[in-house]
Structures are given as C-alpha cells and as structure tokens.
Write a protein that binds this ligand. Structure first.
Ligand code: ZN
Length: 159
C-alpha cells in the first residue's frame, strides 16, 4: 500500500531548522498519524509523502511557502492592555483567540503601561524546514476518521 488520498498514514519524524538545530521530533513518542489529502500536515510534507510505502525513510527540505508561510509584519499588532482581563501579559506568553478562520495563537512580544504588542505569525513562519521521515504504517482510514479529518487511536478512541 502506498500513501494516497484518504489513507491513514503514520510516521516518525525529526524536524531541524536550517542551522541543524532539532526543533521537534517524535523520538520516544508514538508515530504521528494523519489522513492523507485532508491538510492534517503541512502541504510541502504531504506532497513528499505521496506514493511512499511503509518502511520508507527519506529526508526532505520544505520552503516556508509550503510549510508555515512567510513572516508577515502585518501580523504584529499593538492592542490595549485592558484586553487582557484575566492574565498579566508578559513577553513570550502565548494566547489563543477565535478568528473566522479558526483558532489562532499569538505571542506577546512587548508590554508597555498601556499597550501590548502581539505577534500572530506562526513560530515557524519564514523557516525552511528539514524533515527526516520514517513511514511506519499505512492503512485504510475508517469512515469515522474520514468524517472527522483526523485519525483515531487504537480501538477508535477519540483524542
Ligand atoms: Zn475524531
């Protein structure tokens, strides 16, 4: 079986930045699973996975446009401090807000007496990503998984 639309695909990965620093890895965890063709992983990686088989190992380099996008300075905004009613904003803190496009995470970059500067760029925006991939399993997705657009764990449990 080869990776194709609507199949559940599981893989181990190590993600490094252009300086060779490990950003993220599935080492010591279960493989990551997604349903091919649903946008469950970044577009550039999904394109690399197509046609691969269980047991395949490969490396690939994904440009920002096919990963988390380019950094956009318009995503850096100042908002009134009183918007943070329940928390004291400090640089580095991350908050999630609801937007018409779904939940969005932004990071506090600066705090003044009256204003908070927030950055809505993804932490990996603008980064070229290097993946080392090992595909561990490919199977048919269940009807429920296809319906939800994500895989379920052993026994169909929801996560
Ligand atoms: Zn589900």
């Amino acid at each position: 079986m080869q990776v194709a639309d609507d199949l559940a695909v599981f893989f181990h990965y190590t993600l490094t930045d252009s300086a060779g620093e490990v950003i993220d890895s599935s080492d010591g965890s279960d493989p990551l699973g997604y349903i091919h063709g649903t946008g469950g992983i970044i577009p550039g990686l999904q394109a690399e996975m197509a046609g691969k088989s269980a047991g395949d190992k490969f490396n690939c380099v994904i440009a920002p446009a096919d990963a988390y996008g380019e950094r956009n300075d318009e995503m850096i905004q100042k908002v009134p401090k009183e918007m943070f009613r329940d928390a004291t904003p400090e640089p580095g803190m991350q908050f999630q807000t609801q937007t018409p496009a779904g939940p969005h995470i932004f990071t506090v970059v600066d705090v003044s007496d009256t204003e908070v500067t927030v950055d809505g760029n993804h932490a990996l925006a603008g980064e070229t990503l290097n993946f080392a991939i090992e595909i561990t399993e490919i199977r048919e997705a269940t009807a429920e998984e296809k319906d939800h657009g994500h895989i379920h764990g052993p026994g169909g449990h929801h996560h």
